[in-house]
Write a protein that binds this ligand. Sequence first.
Ligand SMILES: [Zn+2]
Length: 154
Amino acid sequence: MKRDARDGLLISPIRNGTVIDHITGGEALNVLKIIGITGATTESISVATNVKSAKMGRKDIVKIENRELFTEEVDRIALIAPHATISIIRNYIVHEKKGVEIPSVLVGVVRCPNPGCISNTNEPISSKFAVLATGLHCLYCDWIITKDITNHII
Ligand SMILES: [Zn+2]
């Protein structure tokens, strides 16, 4: 992938941590939210929004110092930013770079909107959704989430 030279102007490099690039334009704050980063965090975060991108038109970029992402966090990001790339930086060097991939089944990632769903009771059951082209299908109660998926992410 061709590096956008403007990245360096907008956000300074980090020594150790994670760079999430090619986030769908306007979704950077949702990405932070779903990986649990709030105003109370002690991590150093840089965010660039609506950066021009030849491939995507506009994109967002997030850099998080001293933090690497868990697989479940990457799965959540894939839901709202399917073109995102995730680079693990160690000592200023890109140690690993990968795209995100939406898994075929999401376990414990999304809350079922159906209050009567068994996954919303006190039973020790994690939510389970199949990922379809039309939306997310609850495997317990057959509810299908077709929009505002971000709002249902746990
Ligand atoms: Zn359900």
